[in-house]
Design a binder for this molecule. Sequence first.
Ligand SMILES: [Fe+2]
Ligand SMILES: [Fe+2]
Length: 166
Amino acid sequence: MGTKPPIEILNTLHKCAEIEGVLGKIYDLFADAYRENRDICRLFEKTAGEERNHEYQIRLAIKSLVPSIEAMTLTLEEADKHLTMAQETLDWLTKATPGIKEALNISITLEAKFSRFHMDTAARFADQSCAKLFTAMMAADEAHVAAMEKALAEVRRIDAALDRSK
Ligand SMILES: [Fe+2]
Ligand SMILES: [Fe+2]
């Protein structure tokens, strides 16, 4: 059984939900900045939508599934620290939006850093059906880092071809 009082679980979940929201805003910003590149724009739009879905999953857990959470796999302090990190990233990206390659690299790094804050990994459920629900909701998202890595390889390939033709 978890030793943490439910209020700390709730606060931690709220931070996790906010993290997803900030990540969504980062991808919205990228989608908007690269409108002229249809594939890249769509990739970021899709990723932003996925982050909103992650946020929704956590809000759903906050509303109705907290009693079945046995323990959290992360602390409130960690969630708080990472939320600040995500917000600071959004702030500097808003001030100076990078080029497409850097944006993809940043996104891949963000995905690795923040995957721990998803509902399927952040909470341990007493009830297996809850755990399965979130695992199933995350399943659709698995190809998402792979898609960004593929897009980055494609942008690099086009750049190299352009360089050769100079
Ligand atoms: Fe996410
Ligand atoms: Fe993500």
